[in-house]
Ligand binder design. Sequence first.
Ligand SMILES: CC(C)(COP(=O)(O)OP(=O)(O)OC[C@H]1O[C@@H](n2cnc3c(N)ncnc32)[C@H](O)[C@@H]1OP(=O)(O)O)[C@@H](O)C(=O)NCCC(=O)NCCS
Length: 129
Amino acid sequence: MIFGLGTDIVEVFRLKDAIKKWGDSFLSKIFTLREIRYSNSRRFSHQHFAARFAAKEAVIKAFGEWRQFPIRWTDIEVLNDKEGKPIIEFHRDALKLKNRKKVSEVVVSMSHSKNYAIANVILLKKGIK
Ligand SMILES: CC(C)(COP(=O)(O)OP(=O)(O)OC[C@H]1O[C@@H](n2cnc3c(N)ncnc32)[C@H](O)[C@@H]1OP(=O)(O)O)[C@@H](O)C(=O)NCCC(=O)NCCS
């Protein structure tokens, strides 16, 4: 059954500005090393950073009650499988929340263009409905 749905849209220039202004300290606060390596390896890296940012926000929205949980940005990691399809890995407090909510599967889809990046996330739970 569907436990939660989250969506988010990010303006690419905001990520670009933040990276320009705060550099590595911003990047390492928000993104894991694997996310940074992946995005920096792409031609339009800011779009990939923006999409990952949107996906993290979409995960939080899908849970719906994140204020009670001090999740770090890097606890939600956006990776790609060998086909390029995005997957989410949970760490530390985000993993605890996922387990507590008995979420069994997380589905994510992302798209990005010159100006915007969007992500949709669905949290699934075992059960009928
Ligand atoms: C994979 C594909 C759909 C991406 O679409 P796009 O318009 O180039 O780019 P978008 O900005 O919309 O999406 C990019 C995101 O798609 C996601 N993506 C990449 N490969 C994917 C896959 N196999 N499955 C699902 N999502 C995928 C990634 O998250 C990627 O962003 P990231 O690199 O930052 O992680 C596209 O490159 C592709 O291969 N299309 C197939 C075209 C085709 O065969 N058409 C004929 C039949 S209709």
